[in-house]
Design a protein around this ligand. Structure first.
Ligand code: GLU
Length: 325
């Protein structure tokens, strides 16, 4: 696995809501991991899904992350050699990667409807990898494909997943091995409405933007073998990965964009000092013994993978009350 001496990390938010403390936690850790080794940071806006993304959230999240004290070397608002850094502007890049995979015989059209796929949802699967695709359309012949098209069925494009397992060494969780079947089987590269799938966009962007260190929430772990498989098929090196625990609310639920009171925007509007948020996140990450006002740069000397928790971390209501005081 490629590991240059100077890391290039990335922050890859989806503008589908306001950034909340759980996002801020993962972004702060990604920022610390790169900056503590004198590394660079790419900011990439993952607005590939036109139904879920909104431009105003994109504007707000850049403002909110800067307000928190994070910065980046390349991004939609600063430019850089591998731009554009907004996925909705990168359609041609993804189309050419898809073409490369099609020409290598690694893809097939899938005519299964959402309803048909939903019926698989009860099948066992890893976390949010989704139920394994049973390969219904994997071996359709040309005549069957033409019949489907004549009947007005629209196709998504799936990857014909290689059988061999994918291994990688997670910087936090240690050695990992998955079969792609465990991670949902043949996955979509492009939806039937033409929208490129997250897995393809992320794999290609990480490679072309020179990202060699990916730090993100452990909920995305089942995506990593899929992205590594795509990088291998496209002849790119894979970055190194760390999947960090999630922040949970007091009831043990994952923080979500619907928890408005935990959004950076809300906290900012309430006059909360961003350094107190960083201090709280630093304490929850085991980098500080107590929660004090501190900026991200001041946390750099304390950053070490060995200090971070391996289990999800609960944020207590008392922590939030203290912030808002
Ligand atoms: N854009 C994704 C999200 O906000 C993160 C993707 C990634 O880190 O690979 O959930």
């Amino acid at each position: 696995m490629r590991q240059s001496s100077r890391p290039c990390g990335r922050l890859a938010p989806s503008p589908t809501g306001h950034i909340h403390l759980g996002n801020a936690w993962a972004f702060l850790l990604a920022w610390l991991a790169a900056r503590s080794q004198d590394g660079q940071i790419v900011m990439r806006l993952e607005d590939i899904d036109p139904q879920r993304s909104r431009p105003e959230y994109a504007t707000h999240l850049l403002e909110d992350l800067r307000w928190l004290g994070l910065d980046w070397d390349y991004g939609p608002d600063v430019g850089g050699p591998a731009g554009p850094y907004t996925q909705s502007d990168r359609g041609e890049v993804y189309a050419s990667a898809l073409k490369q995979l099609e020409e290598a015989g690694m893809t097939y059209p899938c005519f299964c409807t959402r309803k048909e796929l939903r019926q698989l949802a009860a099948a066992p699967h890893i976390d949010d990898a989704g139920a394994p695709y049973p390969g219904t359309c994997r071996n359709l012949n040309e005549e069957q494909i033409q019949d489907m098209i004549r009947n007005g069925r629209r196709a998504s494009i799936r990857l014909r997943c290689p059988q061999s397992p994918i291994s990688f060494d997670d910087m936090l969780l240690g050695p990992q091995t998955f079969s792609l079947a465990d991670c949902g089987g043949d996955f979509a590269l492009c939806r039937s409405d033409g929208v490129v799938a997250y897995q393809l966009a992320v794999a290609v962007d990480d490679a072309l933007m020179g990202v060699n260190q990916v730090v993100r929430g452990r909920d995305i772990l089942p995506s990593t073998p899929r992205q590594i498989a795509l990088l291998q098929l496209l002849s790119y090196g894979a970055p190194s990965y760390a999947h960090v625990p999630l922040l949970l609310d007091e009831e043990g639920e994952r923080l979500a964009k619907r928890h408005n009171s935990l959004s950076l925007r809300y906290l900012r509007e309430q006059g909360v000092d961003p350094n107190r948020i960083v201090g709280l996140l630093g304490m929850l990450a085991g980098l500080e013994v107590s929660s004090r006002a501190i900026n991200p740069g001041e946390l750099l000397p304390a950053f070490a993978w060995s200090r971070l928790p391996r289990q999800d971390v609960r944020i207590e209501n008392s922590h939030l009350r203290a912030l808002l005081q």
